[in-house]
Design a protein around this ligand. Structure first.
Ligand code: GLC
Ligand code: CA
Length: 568
């Protein structure tokens, strides 16, 4: 990386294009829609956009299965339109980062189509092919090369008769893993990067990048492991650092760009191996999972109530763990997790808890990401049956649990708790039919049902209300960008045993900021420490109209949050 630091002052907005805004009226979000909404995005005060995949794809995993890395999905637009969006974003001071999905491609990608034909074509070695343990097709008793599980669809291997071999897919069957040990594949990755730098994009979010290097022997995992067998042989695999440095030296370091790598199952210590600033830095940041309830995918499938202490512990561990030497990413929502108000807040106190959640992460050290709809407090939807899900991983989890004879009713409760569909319902722009998401005449059927609460929860209603969550996000983001202490201050946590309050300070020589957030629907009490005299602090952000004090303490109403500033 160039020794660049603009990303440390950035706030990103994530667009999952299929559900953001439909410009041409076919019920599918697209870049025409994005173009119309650039002013809205800029109005949030964010400084960048992360686009989930825009590339051509059969949509088995909604763009995370790419057929052509050098083009735009025709449903979303064209490269020319992308260029317009990019220019429009840059004119408004918004940087743009692309999703880089190179652990795997679509099985419909020309490289794979060729690769599967024979053992000696140009692309023969671009994917991970192996002979079965027992030779032959599965119907004839052939068995896969090892016992690994895929994360999205049964076992990790599929048989290909033309080669009489199996290919590895860590995710769905339609997502064959690339063979990163092949130098041609790595050259292609650098070529993709350069192609988008030529378009002047500002960086990449790198999809499951810690999975790209597999232990070459592909050994069997313990048969006793209940799920995700094989992960220990590809997560943070043997050559991952070598490859990331190659990408840096061969492409990234020639541009003023930033990268954030998705990194399931990672500790702060390990994150430093990727992100520690200095000549060997491989990524600017990683997306971690710990504060989302555990450390990997599917955490929502483990039915546990929200525990504020676990959330706080995770945040604090990462705040202090990276303080010396690496930069944090900050997020509460993305396209892979249910809506945060439904998970960690309260639908009953939707606006209050949405604000408290926003304050709980927007003033931490790191680069915040806000996911589409988070800023207006969109909540989870409801599926009546699993057939209504559009998510390959939900369908897979459902099948697995059915196999364990878990009754359908129980399972549907789990689905409704965990499915990624929640984050993927169309963005709610107004209360009209089609929620303002559907473009043109507005009559097309949206590709996925709109959450019925769009009549009250939508951008237009939020714009009209000065106390809306949207207004709060704008204030909070503006405040964050204005205060040097949020960028550079220390992190200090208070009352870490409390299961209802999250209180933290950011401290520098000249400024101190105290953030106190309630996560309870009942009264809570906070007494500040002596070095934080609330009577002398300036209340810079709050979610109730008044802010009474009792000495150097106060009672917090349901999901109340307050942010105080001291300038010394
Ligand atoms: C990442 C993406 C997720 C996708 C998976 C496989 O986790 O965020 O949406 O399904 O990788 O590409
Ligand atoms: Ca469309």
């Amino acid at each position: 990386m160039l020794q660049t630091s603009w990303y440390k002052d950035a706030v990103f907005y994530q667009i999952w294009p299929r559900s953001f805004c439909d410009g041409n009226g076919d019920g599918i979000g697209d870049l025409w829609g994005v173009l119309e909404r650039l002013d809205y995005i800029a109005s949030l005060g964010v400084t960048g956009i992360w686009f989930s995949p825009l590339y051509p794809s059969p949509q088995a995993d909604f763009g995370y299965d790419i057929t052509n890395y050098y083009d735009i999905n025709p449903e979303y637009g064209t490269l020319d339109l992308f260029r317009q969006v990019l220019n429009g974003a840059h004119e408004r001071g918004l940087r743009v980062i692309m999703d880089l999905v190179v652990n795997h491609t679509s099985d419909e990608c020309a490289w794979f189509q060729e690769s599967r034909l024979s053992r000696d074509n140009t692309y023969a070695d671009w994917y991970i092919w192996r002979d079965g343990k027992t030779p032959g097709a599965p119907e004839a008793g052939g068995t896969p090369p090892n016992n690994w599980d895929s994360l999205f669809e049964g076992g990790a291997w599929e048989y290909e008769p033309a080669r009489d071999q199996w290919y590895l897919h860590i995710f769905a069957k339609k997502q064959p893993d690339l063979n990163m040990d092949n130098p041609q594949v790595r050259s292609e990755v650098k070529k993709i990067m350069r192609f988008f730098f030529f378009f002047c994009v500002d960086g990449f979010r790198e999809d499951v990048i810690t999975y790209i290097s597999k232990t070459p022997e592909l050994p069997d995992d313990s048969p006793l492991k209940p799920a995700a067998r094989g992960m220990r042989y590809y997560d943070h695999g043997p050559r991952v650092h070598e490859y990331l440095r190659e990408f840096r030296n061969g492409a990234l370091s020639h541009y003023d760009c930033m990268t954030v790598g998705e990194a399931p199952m990672i500790t702060p210590q390990k994150a430093l191996e990727y992100c520690a600033e200095g000549p060997n830095q491989e990524l600017n940041m990683v997306f971690t999972f710990e504060h989302m309830g555990a450390d990997c995918f599917f955490t929502e499938w483990i039915p546990r109530p929200f525990d504020l202490r676990i959330y706080k512990q995770a945040l604090s561990r990462w705040q202090t763990g990276l303080a010396k030497g690496a930069w944090n990413s900050l997020y509460l929502e993305n396209h892979d997790h249910p809506r945060i108000i439904s998970r960690y807040g309260s639908e009953e106190y939707r606006v209050e808890s949405g604000k408290s959640l926003a304050a709980s992460y927007l003033f931490l050290r790191g680069t915040p990401f806000v996911y589409q709809g988070q800023e207006i407090g969109m909540t989870n939807t409801r599926l009546e049956s699993v057939e209504e899900s559009a998510d390959v991983s939900t369908l897979n989890q459902y099948r697995r649990y059915r196999y364990l004879h878990i009754p359908k009713g129980t399972l549907m409760r789990l689905v409704n708790r965990a499915t990624r569909d929640h984050a993927r319902t169309p963005m709610q722009w107004n209360a009209n039919q089609g929620a303002g998401f559907v473009g043109g005449s507005g009559n097309a059927e949206p590709w996925f049902p709109i959450n019925p609460n769009y009549t009250s929860i939508n951008v237009e209603a939020a714009e009209a209300d000065p106390d809306s969550l949207l207004a709060f996000y704008r204030k909070a983001i503006a405040l964050r960008r204005k205060l040097d202490v949020v960028r550079n201050g220390n992190y200090r946590e208070f009352k870490h045993h409390s299961s209802v309050l999250y209180a933290y300070a950011r401290e520098s020589e000249r400024q101190r900021l105290l953030v106190v957030c309630s996560f309870a629907g009942k009264l809570a009490y906070y007494s500040a420490s002596d070095d934080y005299d609330l009577r002398k602090g300036e209340l810079v952000l709050a979610n109730y109209a008044d802010a009474p004090l009792q000495g150097n303490a106060f009672f917090l109403r349901p999901y109340e949050c307050r942010v105080y500033l001291w300038k010394d």
